[in-house]
Ligand binder design. Structure first.
Ligand code: MSP
Length: 474
């Protein structure tokens, strides 16, 4: 059986999850469901990145210990994923004991190999990014991403010999042109790696909310050396990952630092890393400080779970930035889901309840561009897959309308209804990764199983009942 292992970035549990976290997590859910449809053995890993200075500081503000603080936030993440109908296999936390053990083992291994040394870190640190910057990265002495002042650090630190892996990384990008996806993001990374790679500071002594370095307990490692390794801890025999889905802001860590750690520790490399774009809200950056955050309850309350899941992947090509607006979501819900998809299901199910359906060859389905749709799924082109599925929904609606099925002769009507019902089966199976709840309802009405191979099997004729309204217009 073919295996498929896919992961989300693990999120900082410093607040409740918002649309940015939901975006990666739904994308992974769509991919996982797609590969399950295809009969593959799938592993889907998500979780939280509990350590680091940022969490420690926020916990302190709340008068809590970091563990206590994060323990209270984790249920909010789990609850959000449940509401969004996300089916992961493991929710990992970097504080899980198997993970802490693995990180220490890897540190020991990499140290023995001579890839870790004690040095002195002198430079700048942004707690928002949990990352180091050099003077030339800064803009007006501020972090280029958070635009906030950075901390000047001068302290002993263990370093990972990232510089040693420059050549191997460049070879990797050449050998595997799908390692960094989308392709338009490759060149920037390659250029930066070619220019110069600095060794990476991986430990600190001025706080302790991290994993103790096994060979020097005064130091803790946290965030990147710690967090990235979650993908190995949670693999459960599925390593190497087929794809890590992440946001574009953390592409450097996943396509440079991560493969270097794996090369040093002697693990296989993931097959690819796909970086998606960022959402803005009414053209403004989503930011907590300015009050522009869309949390999961808000997202769902606009038009329901399936419409939200659909919208995020129809509105913008995956990989590019998108702008979220309530109006745009409502328009797609009304025009595409209620008027087109919902209407097709309701008309065909109503006719099939009233008139007998007659088994025949489905010629209508020739208009479904199945091979192209599969290709789009494989290439993470979710918007294009959806476009083609909805093109076919249009053809089906025209078929109902143009043929005036209700006026046709009994036999002819029965056959046309069969073609439509069988086409609805294909449509719903293909849409099920995006809208699982709705598609399961349709599967019950038309009596089919949600599995890719069912697309090619003729629909069994059983009594069909008129569907309830699937998408109420707003
Ligand atoms: N903990 C690290 C990741 C470690 S992975 C080994 C981290 N966490 S985060 O909580 O800050 O961000 C997690 C993810 O959310 C990132 O992939 C980021 O791109 C994504 N998003 C945060 N805001 C976003 C938007 N506004 N839009 C889309 N995704 C964004 O980084």
């Amino acid at each position: 059986m073919k295996k498929f292992y896919v992961t989300t970035a693990i999120y900082y549990p410093n607040d409740i999850p918002h649309i940015g976290h939901a975006y990666t997590t739904i994308a992974v859910d769509i991919l996982a469901r797609w590969h399950k449809l295809k009969g593959e053995k799938v592993r889907f890993l998500t979780g939280t990145d509990d350590h680091g200075k940022k969490i420690e500081e926020i916990a302190k503000k709340h008068g809590q210990a970091p563990k206590e603080f994060t323990d209270r936030l984790i249920p909010k993440f789990k609850d959000a994923w449940k509401k969004l109908n996300i089916k992961y296999d493991r929710f990992i936390r970097t504080t899980d004991s198997d993970h802490e053990k693995l990180v220490q083992e890897v540190l020991t291994k990499v140290n023995k190999k001579g890839d870790i040394y004690l040095g002195k870190y002198e430079g700048y640190y942004c707690t928002g990014c949990e990352a180091y910057y050099t003077e030339k990265d800064l803009i007006n002495n501020c972090c280029p991403i958070h635009k906030k002042p950075v901390e000047k650090l001068r302290e002993p630190s263990y370093f990972f010999r990232l510089s040693k892996y420059q050549k191997k990384l460049l070879e990797l990008y050449k050998r595997n042109p799908n390692f960094i996806l989308p392709k338009f993001r490759q060149q920037e990374i390659i250029n930066r790696v070619k220019e110069e790679l600095y060794d990476l500071s991986i430990s600190r002594t001025d706080f302790d909310w991290g994993i103790p370095i096994p060979f020097d307990k005064k130091h803790v490692t946290y965030v990147w050396f710690d967090a990235l390794l979650n993908y190995i801890t949670g693999a459960d025999g599925f390593w190497p990952a087929d794809v890590h889905l992440i946001g574009k802001d953390i592409i450097w860590f996943h396509t440079v630092i991560w493969p270097a750690i794996l090369l040093s520790a002697g693990y296989k490399l993931p097959k690819s890393v796909f970086a998606h774009g960022w959402w803005t809200f009414n053209q403004e950056k989503i930011s907590k400080s300015r009050g522009k955050v869309i949390n999961i309850n808000e997202l769902i309350s606009i038009a329901g779970v399936d419409s939200a899941r659909y919208f995020l992947f129809r509105e913008t090509p995956f990989g590019e930035d998108g702008d979220f607006s309530e109006q745009a979501l409502i328009e797609r819900h009304n025009n595409e889901l209620a008027n087109k998809f919902g209407n097709l299901i309701s008309r065909v199910s109503a006719l099939a309840e009233k008139y007998a359906i007659e088994k025949t060859k489905n010629n209508l389905i020739k208009k479904l561009k199945l091979k192209e749709i599969e290709k789009h799924f494989e290439n993470y082109e979710f918007d294009k897959a959806l476009n083609l599925i909805f093109e076919f929904i249009d053809r089906c609606n025209e078929y109902v309308q143009g043929n005036k099925i209700w006026e046709a002769s009994c036999l002819d009507r029965g056959k046309k209804l069969y073609e439509l019902a069988d086409s609805i089966k294909a449509i719903s199976i293909l849409l099920s990764p995006f809208m699982p709840e709705t598609c399961e309802k349709i599967a019950k009405i038309f009596h089919f199983k949600i599995s890719f191979s069912e697309i090619h099997k003729p629909l069994k004729i059983e009594k069909i009942k008129k569907a309830e309204i699937l998408f109420k217009k707003i």
